[in-house]
Design a protein. Structure first.
Length: 405
């Protein structure tokens, strides 16, 4: 028996990995209608003001505040009618122009009185009940976006609201990073894909379906290497296929200490591999290496370990390869509604978040925190981070990471 090397802290592993990750440079253009979920490849600068010209925010009457002929109680002639999408004539002194929401404010006008603050007199005249101040109910040119402004920075994963912002300055084709292709394989002779049948001693392959979903949720493409039997030849064939078709390979299982480990043997033959013992619970063993220049992650096989190590460790790496600027999950804070004795590994406790009547956020832990209990992840809203040596008492403030964020 050799002495076990010390466990590597999670943050150190992430830092090492991020230093290794090389952002892809493959850029493509996609239509604005399908850009959401892609990563923006260039800074987006506005070519126009939004709105392009001053327009009315109300249905009402445009007038000039400095017009001495206009006062509360005045009866004014309606000299024009300006619908959205049309341009009115310059405003005549002493008159108002009928105007609709979104229509350009005519030259010579500087405020809009809302319809509700007027009284009809006849078809061509209204009486003013209130008199707005200059600029009231007018949306000035460029109030949303000024021409030349940086509206979105490269590296951002495009959200629906971002697509709206780009469309509002007239962008039709969006420069995005080509979605990363991630090969996924599951190892283990005990595994069978649903629907089976299950022979004695076998279990269903479940990790595969979490991994392909997690990867697709990042806007990446999956290269499905399927279920790979525990033998050297099949493992080599699968890894070579992954290396030729994908930008990165993620596997689950077969990295525990003492395992009859073909992933390790195959990678040592085809590329290189480091087996890490990480101070993380669940998910201590993790393999990282490369085959023909393609990075390889060997995640631990227990389903919760696979989920947690993917989320906390592999995900930031993949996001960096994808060209994203926001790599690490963003924590929120909640009060512990459970207790935990200090441990030697950073633990990610599956918790459900509840808002109390006082507006606090409480984190309740799932009863069985076993690394094979996938129900805990399904039940939970978040992973609560408990550091090495940290004891948790009721009410302690905890860092939590929302699942699926
Ligand atoms: P391993 O890391 O291969 O030693 O696997 C650890 C545990 O996770 C064992 O109980 C395996 O049966 C289980 N396991 C490994 N891969 C999968 C998978 N794809 N789906 C479900 N369970 C798995
Ligand atoms: Mg195995």
């Amino acid at each position: 028996m050799t002495a076990m090397s010390p466990l590597i802290p999670v943050d150190e592993v992430i830092a090492t990995l991020l230093a290794d990750a090389v952002p892809s440079r493959d850029v493509q253009e996609v239509s604005i209608s399908i850009c959401v979920g892609h990563v923006l490849a260039e800074d987006m600068v506005a070519g126009i003001n939004v709105p392009p010209v001053a327009n009315s925010s109300m249905d009402g009457y445009a007038f000039n505040c400095e017009d001495a002929e206009i006062a509360i109680g005045s009866i004014c002639r309606i000299s024009d009618r300006i619908a959205a999408g049309t341009v009115g004539a310059p405003l005549t002194r002493g008159t108002v122009a009928r105007i609709f929401t979104g229509a350009p404010v005519p030259e010579g006008a500087n405020a809009v009185v809302m319809q509700e603050d007027t009284e009809p007199v006849d078809d061509d005249h209204i009486k003013l009940i209130k008199l707005p101040v200059q600029g009231e109910n007018v949306r000035v040119a460029g109030q949303d976006i000024e021409r030349g402004a940086l509206i979105l920075a490269r590296g951002r994963r495009i959200k629906p609201q971002d697509a709206a912002l780009m469309a509002s300055v007239g962008v039709a084709a969006v420069p995005v990073m080509r979605p990363l292709r991630v090969a996924v394989m599951s190892t283990g002779d005990e595994l069978v894909d649903p629907p089976g049948p299950l022979a004695p001693g076998q279990i269903f392959n479940s990790n595969h379906y979490a991994l392909i979903g997690l990867i697709r949720n990042l806007g990446m493409e999956v290269v499905d290497l399927g279920l790979v039997p525990d033998d050297l030849n099949s493992t080599e064939v699968a890894l070579r296929r992954g290396a030729s078709q994908a930008d990165c390979i993620v596997s689950s299982g077969g990295v525990s200490v003492g395992e009859e480990d073909h992933v390790k043997a195959a990678l040592e033959k085809l590329g290189d591999l480091a087996l890490w013992r990480i101070a993380i619970k669940p998910g201590k063993p993790l393999a990282f290496g490369q085959i023909e220049g393609i990075p390889f992650f060997g995640l631990p096989g227990n389903p919760v370990s696979t989920f947690v190590t993917f989320t906390m460790i592999a995900r930031p790496y993949l996001l960096k390869m994808q060209g994203c600027s926001d790599l690490l999950p963003r924590p929120i804070y909640a009060n512990a509604a459970f207790e935990l004795e200090p441990g030697g590994r950073r633990e990610y406790v599956r918790v459900r978040l509840e808002t109390t009547r006082d507006g606090d956020l409480n984190a309740t832990a799932y009863g069985n925190q076993g690394s094979g209990v996938m129900s805990s992840v399904v039940w939970a809203d978040a992973l609560a981070e408990v550091d090495i040596g940290q004891s948790v008492r009721y009410g302690d403030r905890l860092k939590v990471f929302l699942i699926d964020h």
